[in-house]
Design a protein around this ligand. Structure first.
Ligand SMILES: Nc1ncnc2c1ncn2[C@@H]1O[C@H](COP(=O)(O)OP(=O)(O)OP(=O)(O)O)[C@@H](O)[C@H]1O
Ligand SMILES: [Mg+2]
Length: 251
């Protein structure tokens, strides 16, 4: 770590904008944000506001068109991209599993790339499948097409955790789950984050989930960060857009 030692931030967005030539307005506009060591920073906002784009800038699937994103003190453009990706477990929206790999091989992907011993990889896969509520005996040998949408998402979460990356990027990881399974996984996630003191950026459009899991909530609207608040501050915010979200809780 370099400058992050002084700021305590694992990820820093410095005046970040992202534009594409096809669109008149930038997709992200002047984003300023620090994600601190050990916190779960939730990005909350409506469909199309730029949440996924923000995540993709962190592991350099995208590069800012203005400003910079720093990870552990270094701009993403300065990082060796392979190293950066292995330090950031990424749960993509829709899980993004390799269809021709079994569940076991999907989860084992990064540990195998990291050269872990086969027995250790196998043990780790078992441990993770159990953690996300999938019996290894039943699911390890299946292919993604043989799973339900929610099961695929859980495999996606297991895969992102597999090599114990210090930074997690989670894009609506529990989106396709029924409320009970979802609540169970949210609790486990919360427990895991405290136990392992990982840093994460967690994307959701569900205000309940944001309030439950976030140490801070970044509210996004049309490519801008309009509010950054703790759950308690968020609940009592006078910001109009935050209030609109809070009002949905009373329904
Ligand atoms: N390569 C691209 N070219 C043109 N428009 C794009 C491109 N990538 C993203 N967009 C647009 O940028 C906006 C932000 O997209 P993004 O995927 O970040 O939204 P999101 O907040 O993750 O939405 P959702 O909740 O639906 O997943 C959207 O309006 C999208 O259509
Ligand atoms: Mg998205």
């Amino acid at each position: 770590m370099t400058s992050s030692d002084t700021t305590g931030a694992v990820v820093e967005f410095r005046s970040v904008s992202y534009s594409v030539p096809a669109l008149p307005a930038p997709i992200l506009d002047g984003l300023e944000l620090d994600v601190r060591q050990g916190e779960t920073l939730v990005l909350l906002g409506e469909s199309g506001c730029g949440k996924t784009t923000t995540l993709r800038l962190v592991n350099r699937l995208l590069v800012p068109t203005a400003g910079e994103v720093l990870v552990e003190g270094d701009a993403t453009t300065e990082w060796d991209v392979i190293r950066l990706r292995r330090r950031t477990g990424y749960v993509i929206q829709e899980a993004g599993l390799f269809p021709h790999f079994t569940v076991e091989r999907n989860v084992a992907l990064v540990p195998a790339l990291e050269g872990w011993e086969a027995s250790r990889v196998k043990e780790r896969v078992r441990e993770l499948l159990k953690l996300v509520g999938l019996e290894p005996e039943k699911f390890a040998a299946r292919y993604p097409r043989e799973l339900s949408g929610g099961q695929r998402q859980r495999v996606g979460v297991a895969r992102a955790l597999a090599a114990e990356p210090p930074l997690l990027l989670l894009d609506e990881p529990f989106g396709a789950l029924d409320p009970l399974t979802r609540a169970g996984l949210q609790r486990e996630f919360q427990d895991l984050m405290t136990r392992l003191s990982k840093t994460s950026i967690f994307v959701t459009h569900d205000v309940r989930e944001a309030l439950m899991l976030g140490t801070r909530i970044g509210l996004m609207q049309a490519g801008r960060l309009v509010l950054l608040a703790t759950p308690d501050e968020f609940l009592h915010s006078t910001h109009e857009y935050a209030r609109a979200y809070v009002e949905t809780l009373q329904l």
